[in-house]
Design a protein around this ligand. Structure first.
Ligand code: PR8
Length: 480
């Protein structure tokens, strides 16, 4: 087993190292909070996006593309929303030499860009439900320290979905569908999560309520990797998005929206690495298997040719395979390179393998070697990839489980905080009152993630702060 401990402690350094060594992104771009996707990172991003696109397309969503600019008037239409984003919006105030009569915002998200078009598109109940999504750049002037992939000012991989429905109940059903889609998505990425209903004071501006996916990073901090919001009729009333109901009356639509970003890429990287580098899940690895010939005097040609023909065979079966035939690198240097990039399986072909008619497979997550008859290469790779995928998911889930702790009292939590031992998420019984929630955040110097979703019934417990009847558990953590 690769050593996990040593790198958990220096996670930050490891993460930044991987971004450049594995050629994921380069944040030396001279605009703060903006980075360049490098070829390998871009492929990983594409794989992740095609997974979410597939899941959305299968569940009745249609992909669209809206303009980047929003007029000031549009942005200002929903009061809570504009107030919350007011400190974060980048404005375009000038074009050429002229000042613009009405300044234009770079979208921080697209509710207010999409709403006026929903108003035009939706006339009657036959036009509903409507489910659209787009993958775009959004811009947020983040004032907290920016971090590659995790807190950027140009979010280049903002996948946002927006839906409209006839009734509140249908919007609630859509929230459940979105939760199913995101849960399948993160499951396939082997990224473990908890889903919490965010507290009132931390919900998305303009939403009735917000659900959020959080995962625990190796340094014990949580990262919000996706959110699902029930918007109620807040935007439809502000933008007059109405429809003719079955009984002939005019009604406002009910809306939801949900989003993810490049934080997902960060999570895939962070949750599975080791001292050798990244470990990517086969479901989204840009290369699932790399074939490295081991040349030996007199066998150079033969091993290379075998590597090529095996690549062909495996590609025909739908695997993404790369044969590393670079002459200037030793096999050892190649192993190092592909381990660093997290390729899930390495196939070695040496003179002995040729003689025996076998191939050697090495799985990246455990570095375990197995030998399979060459004629069974397809079957061997298929089963090894699925084992790697399943084991990665199980390990990551076990990690999360260890890092969600239900505590009995405030003093227990305070002791952990004092000892510097807060890793992951703690759960404390809570009366549900904002006053107690905020005080818990303050006392423990932690951030409230909210209460478990689906809702968990709490019987016979007291709020750890005021002693009143507990309504739920409040999750708290050190957050990115
Ligand atoms: C919405 N409207 O906007 P949300 N850097 C990287 N990722 C980020 C950043 C950032 N600065 N800010 C947020 N995210 C709704 C839903 C359309 C879609 C990621 O929701 O503000 C976070 O993972 O919660 C967040 O959960 C997701 O974008 C959606 O942003």
């Amino acid at each position: 087993m690769p050593e996990r401990r040593s790198w958990q402690n220096k996670f930050n350094e490891w993460f930044h190292d991987m971004l450049s060594k594995a050629e994921i992104v380069d944040y030396r771009y001279p605009v703060k909070g903006g980075g360049v996707w490098l070829p390998y990172g871009f492929k990983l991003r594409e794989k992740i996006l095609s997974l979410i696109r597939k899941l959305l397309n299968e569940t009745g969503h249609q992909e669209v593309l809206f303009p980047l600019l929003i007029t000031e008037g549009m942005l200002a239409q929903e009061a809570e929303h504009v107030e919350s984003f007011s400190q974060q919006v980048f404005w375009v105030t000038q074009a050429g030499r002229e000042s613009l009569a009405e300044k234009l915002a770079l979208r921080p998200t697209s509710e207010t860009a999409i709403a006026p078009m929903f108003k035009l598109w939706i006339r009657s109940h036959v036009d509903l439900p409507k489910r659209i999504y787009q993958v775009v750049s959004t811009f947020r002037y983040e004032t907290k320290a920016t971090r590659p992939l995790i807190r950027v000012r140009e979010i280049t991989t903002f996948k946002e979905a927006h839906t409209c429905h006839e009734t509140f109940q249908e919007a609630e059903e859509q929230v459940k569908t979105a939760v199913k889609v995101y849960s399948s998505f993160f499951d396939e990425l082997a990224v473990p999560y908890v889903i919490s209903k965010r507290p009132e004071w931390d919900k998305f501006a303009g939403a009735l309520y917000s659900l959020a996916y959080d995962t625990v990073f190796p340094d014990g901090r949580t990262l919000q990797i996706g959110t699902v919001h029930n918007l109620g009729q807040n935007f439809s009333k502000a933008f007059e998005i109405t429809f003719e109901a079955k009984d002939g009356g005019r009604e406002f639509v009910w809306q939801t929206c949900y989003g993810i970003s490049e934080r997902v890429v960060a999570a895939v990287m962070a949750l599975h690495g080791d001292d050798h580098g990244l470990i990517l899940p086969p479901s989204v690895a840009p290369i699932q298997a790399v074939i490295v010939p081991i040349p030996y005097k007199g066998y150079e040609e033969a091993v290379n040719r075998k590597a090529e023909s095996l690549t062909e065979t495996l590609r025909r079966e739908g695997f993404t395979v790369h044969a590393d035939l670079r002459e200037k690198y030793t096999p050892g240097a190649k192993f190092y390179d592909w381990e660093l990039r997290g390729v899930p399986v390495r196939i070695e072909i040496g003179p002995k393998d040729l003689e025996k008619g076998v191939i050697t497979l090495v799985r990246r997550d455990t570095l375990e070697r197995t030998v399979a008859p060459e004629g069974e290469a397809v079957k061997a790779l298929e089963s090894l990839l699925s084992r790697v995928q399943a084991d990665m998911k199980n390990r990551a889930e076990a990690w999360l489980k260890q890092n969600v702790k239900r505590l009995k009292s405030l003093s227990e939590a305070e002791a952990l905080v004092k000892a510097g031992n807060i890793s992951g998420i703690i759960e404390l019984s809570w009366c549900g009152r904002e006053e107690c929630g905020l005080k818990l955040e303050d006392t423990l110097e932690l951030k409230a993630l909210g209460t478990p979703y689906p809702e968990e019934k709490v019987e016979g417990l007291k709020c750890v702060l005021c002693g009143g009847k507990a309504e739920s558990f409040l999750r708290l953590s050190r957050q990115y």
